[in-house]
Design a protein around this ligand. Structure first.
Ligand SMILES: [Zn+2]
Length: 355
């Protein structure tokens, strides 16, 4: 990680994208992690990428860059700054216990952030681990969240309650610190061990669940509640939390979480989360269109765009949504569809590009 930090600083120096501020001898640079698990030639791999986050206080804007270097080609500074680097690429099975085997190295590497890198103009650049994004299984792993059951979303709302917009608006996704507080409210967390017991809340006996709920000061009716009722009550309390976040696991019992105190695990990843919405729109849209000529044009467009694929991936959905927005814009300019349709398609593209 130290080497990556230095490479970032060197490359950004070479690209002249740093904002030179003689009043500051120390600046902060925020980093984003992303990881995924995938198959290549029948072997499974765990890969982690890291990138800097663009910040106007630290880097020039495109306009400033063009003004400062009028002889150079115009560039997208944010694009240059946010180009990711490969951090870990290693064989790993898809189970949590296998992926956790990389956590110690990852957590140890964070120590290197305590030593800043130095830019050409002698400014200290202090890296801060800021955010994690990835698809749902990756975010659940990073946060120490359950992958199945009724509480699969990091926000802690029961799956069926996601239909309630009111409920979703009110609920604040717990931070890493809040997750740790929820986890450590009882006694079972003490059994967590990275080598031997990564899921201490699994397969608890009835008496153990009772003790856990008692310690959490949750009222239970010992005469009426059976094991399933008690388990449901515990699940509701834990909101899907099952272990410490991946980067905290190695130092869990030391109570020192300083290097991840600014770290936030994104609650959603629009690219994947919105895939089904894009698919639904593609299927439904022609049926809502009149006259038949426009309907036919859309049907042709979908046939050409999607072909015979019956399952679309997140990256496919993004491409289709962008193509659909472009196609709809041209139809709107020809006066064949109304502005609402343009707004629907454009908003999908905007949502997908959030992160
Ligand atoms: Zn949610």
């Amino acid at each position: 990680m130290k080497q990556i930090s230095e490479e970032f600083t060197k490359e950004q120096d070479n690209m002249d994208v740093f904002r030179v501020n003689t009043n500051k001898n120390k600046v902060y640079r925020h980093l984003k992690f992303w990881h995924d698990h995938s198959d290549i030639l029948n072997r499974t791999y765990f890969s982690v990428m890291v990138q800097c986050l663009y910040d106007k206080d630290l880097y020039l804007t495109n306009e400033e860059y063009a003004e400062k270097f009028p002889e150079r080609k115009s560039v997208d500074v944010q694009g240059l700054v946010e180009k990711p680097k490969m951090y870990i690429f290693g064989q790993s099975k898809s189970k949590d216990i296998d992926q956790l085997s990389y956590s110690k190295t990852r957590a140890d590497d964070l120590q290197s952030f305590e030593t800043p890198t130095i830019s050409n103009c002698k400014t200290e650049i202090h890296d801060i681990l800021r955010i994690f994004t990835g698809d749902n299984p990756a975010r659940q792993f990073e946060a120490g969240h359950k992958r199945g059951g009724n509480y699969t979303c990091l926000c802690g709302i029961m799956a069926k309650n996601h239909m309630s917009i009111d409920c979703c608006f009110r609920k604040q996704t717990p931070s890493i610190q809040e997750r740790m507080t929820i986890l450590k409210n009882g006694v079972v967390w003490k059994d967590f061990d990275m080598e031997t017991n990564i899921n201490p809340f699994n397969e608890l006996k009835k008496e153990e669940i009772e003790t856990e709920l008692d310690t959490r000061r949750i009222d239970i009716d010992h005469r009426k509640m059976n094991k399933k009722d008690l388990q449901d009550l515990l699940s509701e309390t834990l909101q899907g939390i099952q272990r410490p976040p991946a980067l905290i696991c190695p130092s869990f019992h030391s109570n020192s979480y300083k290097l991840v105190e600014n770290y936030e695990i994104s609650n959603c990843e629009p690219l994947h989360d919105i895939t089904n919405v894009v698919q639904n729109l593609l299927t439904e849209l022609p049926c809502h269109l009149e006259p038949t000529v426009v309907q036919k044009e859309y049907q042709n467009f979908f046939e050409v765009t999607i072909g015979d694929k019956n399952q679309i991936k997140g990256s496919d959905a993004r491409l289709y949504a962008v193509k659909l927005a472009h196609f709809t814009q041209t139809k709107y300019e020809d006066g064949l569809v109304n502005a609402d349709l343009v707004a629907i398609c454009n908003s999908l593209v905007e949502i997908i590009s959030i992160c």
